[in-house]
Ligand binder design. Structure first.
Ligand SMILES: Cc1cc2nc3c(=O)[nH]c(=O)nc-3n(C[C@H](O)[C@H](O)[C@H](O)COP(=O)(O)O)c2cc1C
Length: 188
């Protein structure tokens, strides 16, 4: 059976993969690579997919407000989220703009649902990226309040670039502003 035959089903498949990625930590789509660009220097790192909004076209992850990626995003909110599933032979690149949620109701609601283990990494005595003498210098002490360090990043998708690798012919489609009607076949 020919796979990924039409643009509509590809769009639906993208969001189904994102849904599974959020729920299932064993899915290839559970993590993605987040690229930022600051003063012409590109940086990439792995983050966990924590949420999404299919209707609005949003990808969500959590991070530490004192991390370098936040400095980057504050200077330049253009980011790219790269997903790759070896199993499905699919790459998805979402490029868009990142919005930082900090100390707001969105953060408080999520914080209250998090395990102590997840909360703990936001109570670190030394900010991420700082030089330390030895790993044992790091201490984490849980507190009752929501950590100042906790932020939720929402990436508003401007462009989706989907690529499927297959022996019977590679396939590639782009969408703009998460609009199914904007879908176009692209030379892979
Ligand atoms: C599997 C995996 C998952 C990760 N998930 C997150 C995450 O959800 N949020 C995060 O801030 N860092 C996460 N990290 C750590 C980042 O990759 C990165 O090292 C850290 O955030 C510092 O990045 P920065 O200095 O560019 O801000 C993860 C790393 C790995 C290997």
């Amino acid at each position: 059976m020919e796979e990924h035959k039409n643009i509509e089903s590809i769009f639906q498949h993208i969001w189904k993969s994102i849904c599974i990625g959020k729920k299932n930590r064993h899915s290839d789509f559970h993590t993605f690579s987040l690229a930022t660009c600051h003063q012409n220097i590109v940086k990439n790192r792995t983050v966990v997919l924590r949420g999404y909004d299919e209707e609005k076209g949003i990808i969500i992850f959590h991070t530490n407000v004192f991390s370098e990626k936040i400095t980057d995003i504050k200077q330049n909110d253009n980011v790219e989220c790269l997903f790759y599933s070896r199993k499905n032979k699919i790459q998805i690149r979402f490029s868009g703009t990142a919005l930082i949620n900090h100390n707001d109701d969105i953060c408080r609601e999520k914080w209250n649902q998090m395990s102590d283990q997840s909360k703990l990494c936001y109570f670190q005595n030394i900010n991420p990226g700082s030089t330390i003498k030895k790993p044992a210098d790091i201490e984490q002490n849980l507190q009752d309040n929501m950590s100042e360090a906790f932020v939720i990043i929402s990436v508003y998708i401007k462009k989706t670039d989907w690529l499927y690798l297959s022996h019977s012919g590679h396939k590639r489609v782009t969408f703009f502003n998460n609009n199914i009607d904007s879908g176009t076949w692209i030379a892979p």
